[in-house]
Write a protein that binds this ligand. Structure first.
Ligand SMILES: *Cc1c(COP(=O)(O)O)cnc(C)c1O
Length: 390
């Protein structure tokens, strides 16, 4: 039999031939704030790959809050949350997040991946049915597998297909699992329809707001606010602190019973090291800025319109978020476009399978309030040139 090393060498050759190899590259920050980076060759790159939607990750308020808490609490939290790993700033953050969202309670997690795993594993039973959008984030897919429930995938963003599947019924309780904003396409889930279906079928909707909190709706309160829904009914939400918040970590928000149960039963909560206190402090500082960042959200919207208008209609996937995807299909074409943009100083990685479905390789551009209108103009010009040369 071939050795393990041989087996993976052969696999890797195959990935290279298919244009599927991903590279891990460390980029230095060029300047304290903003989205300029420098690669190992010293080339300056303006990033259109970051989830730092409000450009908060380098903000002086966050830096100050983190440094002050670092001085108080040290670097690591030292223990699991239930074994003394949390400091008063964790409770303050959880309370502020709950108040911002108008929820009873919030539970903090070390990351969004952990939050999704824990939330679904703790609540959804083996005999239950889980209805999941086909384009859900990998962490929701893994959470669905982990909980052992019957997994029923419905067509992306298609409430009719979901309704049809719900009507077929089955054992146990029904759960609907969806991203609020889809991470690779940038479109928003049909939330009013999903909530109606949840009510009709006594199901509960679990909504991943990783790309929605801070970005969509009044005060950045996410997809619900985007649709102006005030009485959502059977809804549990998860959000990350690593995207628009510009920090790291995550949280689940909902009724008190939810947090009480997760605290006891979510394995990724009980058995993980608590979020470092300095990150909780930075997240609290981020929340204060993010709530009132209406001008930044308006700027993001203007950038999105400017970018979409700069390319012929039909080239962009539909999107109501700062995530803008240019569908290319072929891996090699997506890689070539990304490489050309890099040559002229723009960092826009090609996204390929298995992150996206087969034959749907794309250039994924994420906009940030840290970009200027001139940045978008320059990117659009480079994009048009590179597309013409492709
Ligand atoms: C990024 C992301 C996550 C994971 O969050 P982390 O905090 O990065 O672990 C979960 N869901 C979606 C939709 C995401 O985009």
């Amino acid at each position: 039999m071939e050795s393990l090393a041989q087996k993976w060498q052969i696999e890797q050759q195959h990935w290279r031939a298919e244009g599927l190899t991903r590279s891990l590259e460390a980029l230095d920050r060029a300047g304290n704030e903003g989205l300029h980076f420098r690669d190992a060759c010293g080339r300056e790159l303006l990033s259109f790959a970051s989830n730092d939607y409000l450009a908060l990750s380098g903000h002086p308020n966050l830096r100050r809050a983190a440094v002050a808490e670092l001085a108080r609490s040290g670097v690591g939290s030292g223990a699991a949350p239930l074994l003394g790993g949390e400091r008063p700033v964790h409770a303050a953050l959880a309370e502020a997040l709950a108040a911002w969202l108008g929820e009873e309670a919030v539970l903090l997690f070390g990351s969004g991946y952990l939050a999704n795993l824990g939330l679904v594993q703790a609540l959804v039973g083996r005999k239950d049915r889980l209805y999941a959008d086909r384009l859900n984030h990998a962490s929701l897919v893994d959470a669905a597998r982990l909980c052992g429930a019957r997994l029923i995938r419905y067509r992306h963003g298609d409430p009719e297909d979901l309704a049809h599947r719900l009507r077929q019924g089955g054992s146990g309780r029904a759960w609907i699992l969806s991203d609020g904003v889809f991470s690779m396409d940038g479109d928003v889930a049909p939330l009013p329809e999903l909530l109606d279906l949840a009510r009709q079928h006594e199901a509960v909707l679990i909504l991943d707001e990783a790309h929605a909190f801070g970005v969509l709706g009044a005060s950045g309160r996410g997809s619900l606010a985007h649709f102006g829904i005030e009485q959502p009914g059977p809804l549990l939400r998860m959000g990350t602190l690593g995207k628009a918040f510009g920090v790291y970590g995550a949280f689940v928000a909902g009724p008190q019973w939810l947090v009480d149960v997760l605290r006891q039963r979510a394995r990724s909560f009980v058995y993980h090291t608590a979020l470092p206190a300095a990150l909780a402090a930075a997240s609290l500082a981020a929340l204060e800025l993010l709530r009132d960042a209406e001008a930044e959200r308006r700027h993001l919207l203007a950038l999105r319109h400017a970018l979409r208008e700069a390319l012929p209609q039909g080239q962009w996937l539909p999107s109501d978020s700062p995530i803008q995807a240019l569908l290319l299909g072929d891996n090699a074409r997506a890689l070539a476009l990304s490489a050309r943009l890099r040559e002229v100083g723009f960092y826009c990685p090609a996204v390929r399978p298995p992150t996206v479905p087969p034959h749907s390789a794309r250039l994924r551009i994420t906009l940030s309030a840290g970009h200027s209108t001139a940045d978008i103009g320059a990117l659009a010009k480079a994009l048009n040139t590179a597309l013409a040369a492709l």
